[in-house]
Design a protein around this ligand. Structure first.
Ligand code: UDX
Ligand code: UDX
Length: 459
């Protein structure tokens, strides 16, 4: 089985970069990415590469190289499915907002729609690859839909979870720690191994059974998130005891058994995956009656929620127990630097808490649009869209954002924040000028010297 044509359903943060790199590295394979969102496809096809819908360092170059050669973006889902020998499913699987498992289980309605569409559009045998993060044993549901079409077409289902992190997606795809492929049919597994083997050393391509592959993705994210929650738990203790969380992180991270990564204390983790995947793991454990297992992992989320609230509470307390009518400038809205993605960003929840205390907030983020900021706040449903627009403004210049502000809160670790003229910023702020650094990004000693009241997590 040699793959010649790939179709990917879902041109998002995962599907877009992943398929672009496959197309770049496998010029003999035609890759078509389809999406139901016409605007998104139009943006992927825009001749101005700064308009791509996903901001990711290095992505524009990859798209420029492959687009029009063997990489295509389209809204014609049926044709792309019919033509392909391999179909990746890379649609979103948000946490359910209704019914059984509300707030915990993954909503698989998009996955099911894809399966039905694949079943209807296919006229020849295909390999179906789950790229979206899915609860364990989702492949079973896919199989049952695909195998009951009565069309005589055969489908092999593989799980190939994505481990790229946003902001470093292209690097992660070019040089992955490992590629994981789960499946039952050896030939189908080999076909996908061959695609990746074009640029990934064979020993880094792991093959497992379907269920191990599905569960590994949830487990990897749960372990990573757990490290962040663990160091964040210690950060609160540091603030009470006079220890410094960066020093503690360095001291433990140099133990090779622990390792240095993912030990940066922060205002809390965000992103489309960590919370969703852990909730999923918890839901699955509970559905098998494994209460202790569920409880254990749920604590990672509890700690993360606590960290976000604690950050907002500290702002209010420090500013004389009231922020009512005060202007607070948010530097950063994205869930981490080098991405325009804001899903589950800590900034949203910190803003919500401060708005409930009647603060007015001005947001500056180098890559996030005003529409996105408002959409994130409106989605919470805490207050009306009109109120959100009255209390929050989004500006395109950091110095304007800080003008007459009572406090600055750093929510994302964008490098450019470090390069600002902090002297100039302070001159234009209300006094005392507070800085609350949720990322431990700025130099505390320098800001102290400039006369700021500087507070950082874990100090
Ligand atoms: C998503 C999930 O968040 C992640 O867990 C999973 O591993 C991969 O899919 P992401 O690519 O970041 O990641 O999501 P998103 O940027 O929302 O992209 C999904 C795309 O699928 C959207 O552009 C959406 O329009 C499209 N889609 C969704 C379809 O084309 N068809 C559908 O039926 C549903
Ligand atoms: C994550 C996984 O890393 C990736 O393998 C998977 O495919 C998808 O989920 P992503 O969500 O893009 O990737 O970002 P990641 O770099 O893992 O960061 C997640 C959150 O944790 C961010 O909000 C980040 O700021 C925060 N974080 C990370 C910390 O607060 N401290 C750290 O030390 C590391």
């Amino acid at each position: 089985m040699k793959v010649k044509k790939i179709c990917c359903i879902g041109a998002g943060y995962v599907g877009g970069p992943t398929m672009s790199v496959i197309a770049q590295k496998c010029p003999d394979i035609t890759v078509t990415i389809v999406d139901i969102n016409e605007q998104r496809i139009a943006a992927w096809n825009d001749s101005d590469l700064s308009k791509l819908p996903v901001y990711e360092p290095g992505l524009a170059g990859v798209v420029a190289e492959a687009r029009g050669r063997n990489l295509f973006f389209s809204t014609d889902v049926d044709t792309a499915i019919a033509d392909a020998d391999m179909v990746f499913i890379s649609v979103n699987t948000p946490t359910k907002t209704y019914g059984k498992g509300k707030g915990m289980a993954a909503d698989l309605k998009f996955i099911e729609l894809c399966a039905r569409q694949i079943a209807a559009a296919s006229k020849s045998d295909k390999i179906i690859v789950e790229k979206s993060t899915l609860p364990v044993r989702t492949a079973e549901a896919l199989k049952s839909i695909l195998h009951n079409t009565g069309s005589g077409v055969n489908f092999h289902i593989l799980s190939n979870p994505e481990f790229l992190a946003e902001g470093t997606a292209i690097e992660d795809l070019h040089d992955p720690d490992r590629v994981l492929i789960g499946g039952e049919n050896a030939e189908a597994v080999q076909a996908l191994v061959d695609v990746y083997a074009s640029w990934v050393p064979r020993e880094r391509i792991l093959t497992t059974n379907l269920w191990s592959s599905e569960l590994s993705k949830l487990t990897a994210n749960a372990f990573l998130a757990q490290r962040v929650s663990s160091i964040n738990a210690i950060s609160e203790l540091c603030e009470r005891t006079g220890a410094n969380v960066d020093e503690v992180a360095r001291a433990i991270g140099t133990d090779s058994r622990i390792g240095p990564k993912f030990l940066k204390a922060s205002v809390g983790f965000g992103g489309s995956c960590f919370q969703k995947d852990i909730l999923n793991l918890v839901y699955i454990a509970r559905s098998y009656g494994l209460q202790e297992v569920a409880h254990y992992w749920e604590q990672v989320i509890t700690m993360n929620d606590h960290q976000k609230h604690r950050f907002a509470d500290n702002i209010v307390q420090t500013m004389y127990n009231t922020v009512s009518g005060k202007k607070i400038t948010f530097l950063g809205w994205a869930f981490k630097k080098d991405t325009n993605d804001t899903r589950e960003s800590a900034a949203i929840y910190v803003a919500d808490a401060l708005l409930s205390e009647e603060a007015s907030i001005v947001v500056y983020d180098p890559k996030v649009t005003a529409e996105q900021v408002y959409a994130d706040l409106d989605y919470l449903g805490t207050r009306t869209p009109a109120e959100n627009r009255r209390l929050v403004s989004v500006v395109g210049d950091p110095y304007d954002a800080a003008e007459r502000a009572h406090a600055i809160a750093v929510l994302t670790e964008w490098d450019e924040f470090k390069t600002y003229d902090w002297h100039r910023i302070k001159d234009h702020m209300m006094k005392p000028a507070f800085v609350f650094d949720g990322r431990k990004l700025l130099s505390g000693s320098k800001l102290d010297e400039l006369g700021f009241q500087y507070y950082a997590i874990g100090e």
